[in-house]
Design a protein around this ligand. Structure first.
Ligand code: HPA
Length: 308
């Protein structure tokens, strides 16, 4: 069940009052795992009307342990209705910020490039290679804004909280890694994976860019919790299987292992958020400070983007 919600007008009382809330963006293949009898209970979804079009529906839910979060799926609630290459990343992030989010924890299924990674392992990448070419990458088209540093593409405070959350829950994980983001829809060739490995990539996926950079433009803390659902093309020989996800890049056992890991996501996210302090030490929430100091923009992000 969804309804539409108009953006709060810039400078209005509603714009000033919104209480900060964590937001979670769910990647592919996990929605069905988190619903069901013992799954997450959701509010009615609200589609945000944004200068970039409608967002995915935003739900409110309570994670294990009682923390309320905003929740959104990238690809749809029924399955994989919206491909990574068609996601309206700008509308989604703008709408989450408009609803009061001050941080985004995203989840992202990935392929393992480092052959030491096994399916079902959680990874908290610290860096990223953006190979996407056909996606809107800034809120500031036609404006001289948005030249912001990416020495730490993922919020270090969120990464530290994820690290502690993963350890507390006790699931297999790897801290650090380089996520290479490809355009899709096709999967990579073995030569591409080889080349990304030489460039330092350890995991591959299709969703984290430009989400990470758009979050920073809105001064949202952002990190992704990836989990390995297959080994990338050419890492291990795998026969073609048209009956399986990714046509045999993961075996049936591995797919089940990936699902088992994904089902632990709410616990891990809850444990991470419990360990995150509101006065976290990071620069994400002042990413646009330079432009504010120069007088180019004001405090209310809704006034930063002018679209008709
Ligand atoms: N390649 C790209 N995206 C992915 C993969 C992959 O192997 N696995 C999960 N998402």
């Amino acid at each position: 069940m969804t309804r539409r919600r108009r953006a709060v007008p810039p400078g209005s009382a509603g714009a000033r009052r919104a209480a900060p809330l964590p937001a979670v963006i769910l990647g592919s293949g996990i929605w069905h795992l988190l619903r069901g009898r013992r799954g997450l209970r959701l509010s009615r979804g609200e589609i945000g009307e944004t200068p970039f079009g409608p967002s995915r529906p935003i739900f409110s839910t309570v994670l294990p342990g009682g923390r309320r979060v905003l929740l959104m799926t990238r690809h749809g609630e029924a399955g994989y209705d919206v491909g990574a290459w068609s996601v309206n990343y700008r509308a989604n992030l703008w709408a989450l910020k408009d609803r009061g989010a001050d941080l985004v924890l995203s989840t992202s299924a990935c392929g393992g490039i480092d052959p030491r990674l096994s399916v079902g392992t959680f990874v908290v990448p610290h860096d990223l290679l953006d190979k996407t070419t056909r996606r809107a990458k800034t809120f500031f088209e036609g404006a001289g804004l948005g030249i912001v540093r990416h020495g730490q593409p993922f919020c270090p405070a969120l990464r530290a909280a994820l690290a502690e959350g993963l350890a507390a829950v006790g699931v297999r994980h790897r801290l650090g890694g380089v996520y290479v983001c490809t355009d899709g829809p096709r999967l990579e060739t073995p030569a591409e994976i080889c080349s990304y490995a030489r460039e330092g990539a350890t995991i591959v996926g299709m969703t984290v860019a430009p989400e990470f950079a758009l979050s920073r433009e809105l001064e949202l803390c952002y990190a992704t919790l990836s989990w390995v659902v297959n080994l990338a093309e050419g890492v291990v020989p795998r026969p073609y299987r048209p009956d399986l996800l990714f046509e045999g890049m993961a075996t049936e056992e591995e797919l089940a292992e990936g699902d088992r890991a994904a089902a632990r996501l709410p616990e891990v996210l809850a444990a991470a958020l419990d360990r995150l302090s509101s006065d976290r030490a990071c620069d994400c929430r002042r990413a646009m400070e330079h432009y504010k100091q120069r007088g180019d923009i004001g405090e209310d992000f809704r006034t930063w983007v002018k679209r008709t």
